[in-house]
Ligand binder design. Structure first.
Ligand code: THG
Length: 370
């Protein structure tokens, strides 16, 4: 059962771009960090084709920043994650699994080192602010933890460099992956990073001050007319093809970073202080009993995965699928799931209980598309 309408109330926060997003013809929204996040414009499939060929501007304001500022900023940020932050440079962004005391995933944000004593944690959909504030208060750390008026605007797609160069200057082309520069728009310096929740390349502008939202949106659209710029949003099909995980769907507090395939972002031994460090070190010996995999589901297009779908083989449950979509380019259904060790080898045949019946499927590596 799928609701067809979302009632918008004051609890669901608007963004600095909402009026522009509506004017651009947004068709559907989801809610992320208590804030509106567009989920389609023309259609998820039409948006997908456009994203892979042209350039889109995404209102991803819902990627809220948890700002950790003060003499203990490094200490608190390192308490949150098993990724070693000690060598982070002032222009770097790190993808950072964040875990609780049992090693359970609390969030999978991008962390930016803004200054020696200031980090921005660009969060996925969970209230990490309260976890960070609780630790800071409980440990009497010398930090301020707050949510600043910063709203990421993503520019994604193969023509993103060309569009951004027209608005921020040719220097954007020199920004390396997961690095940022401070670039001016209308006299205001903003963090511009080469990052974003797609595999098509692009940037994220951390719009510092909601009043710059509409002028920047308008400048990007004026500059990109001949590039075919359109309003877009994180695209379900493209992100599954690219193996980008969605916190709350593909992973929850029930999962460790190793189950999520995020071991390469953990330096647990070096991450001295990390709250989940002991729990994660204990796990390193045995390794996970299940792990994130791609799943190729046979047959015609499956509906949206609004609750986990059981994966089974020989009459036994062996996992679940948590995200699924028809891939027009791969001409098959692509999915992300958590699969038990007994069946996680690439190529293993399984069955998936979808709302449109039990389907044959096979376990696949992520990403589906390199
Ligand atoms: N950008 C910013 N904030 C975010 C997201 C983002 N917050 C919410 C959400 N997305 C967090 N989740 C992710 C998941 C994947 C990536 C980034 C944020 C990502 N991963 C790359 C990959 O898997 O290919 C590579 C990361 C790396 O190699 O370091 O980009 O998108 N600001």
């Amino acid at each position: 059962m799928q609701p067809t309408l979302l009632s918008i109330t004051a609890r669901i926060r608007r963004t600095p771009f909402t009026d522009r997003v509506v004017a651009a013809g947004v068709r559907s929204y989801t809610v992320y960090n208590h804030m509106l996040l567009p989920s389609s414009f023309e259609s998820v499939e039409a948006d997908y084709h456009h994203l892979k060929r042209h350039v889109q501007v995404w209102d991803v304001s819902c990627e809220r920043q948890v700002e950790i500022r003060g003499p203990d900023a490094f200490r608190l940020t390192q308490l949150l994650t098993p990724r070693d932050l000690s060598h982070m440079q002032d222009d770097q962004c790190y993808y950072t699994p964040m875990v609780d005391e049992s090693g359970g995933m609390l969030n999978d944000p991008v962390t930016l080192r803004i200054e020696e004593d200031c980090y921005w944690v660009s969060i996925a959909d969970s209230d990490l602010l309260y976890w960070a504030k609780g630790i800071a208060a409980g440990m009497r750390l010398e930090v301020d933890v707050d949510e600043p008026d910063v709203s990421p605007l993503a520019v994604q797609g193969p023509k993103a460099d060309d569009l951004m160069a027209r608005v921020f200057g040719e220097t954007v082309r020199d920004i390396r992956f997961f690095r940022y520069r401070r670039l001016a728009f209308e006299g205001r310096e903003m963090v511009v990073a080469r990052s974003g929740y797609s595999k098509q390349g692009g940037f994220e502008i951390y719009v510092d001050g909601g009043e710059y939202g509409e002028p920047l949106w308008d400048a990007l659209f004026a500059a990109g007319e001949d590039l075919g710029v359109r309003a877009g949003c994180p695209n379900m099909i493209e992100r599954i093809e690219g193996g980008l995980l969605s916190y709350g769907s593909d992973m929850t507090r029930e999962n460790t970073p190793h189950e999520c395939g995020l071991s390469r972002f953990c330096d647990t031994r070096a991450a001295i202080g990390c709250i989940g460090r002991e729990a994660l070190l204990r796990m390193l010996h045995d390794g996970p009993a299940r792990q994130i995999r791609g799943v190729r589901i046979q047959g015609d297009a499956v509906p949206n995965c609004t609750e986990p779908w059981l994966v089974h083989a020989d009459g036994h449950a062996v996992g679940k699928v948590t995200s699924a979509a028809w891939s027009p380019d791969l001409r098959t259904n692509v999915a992300i799931g958590m699969i038990d060790a007994s069946h996680w080898n690439i190529g293993t045949t399984v069955e998936v209980d979808t709302p449109s019946g039990t389907r044959l499927a096979d376990v696949s590596a992520l990403p589906f598309v390199k």
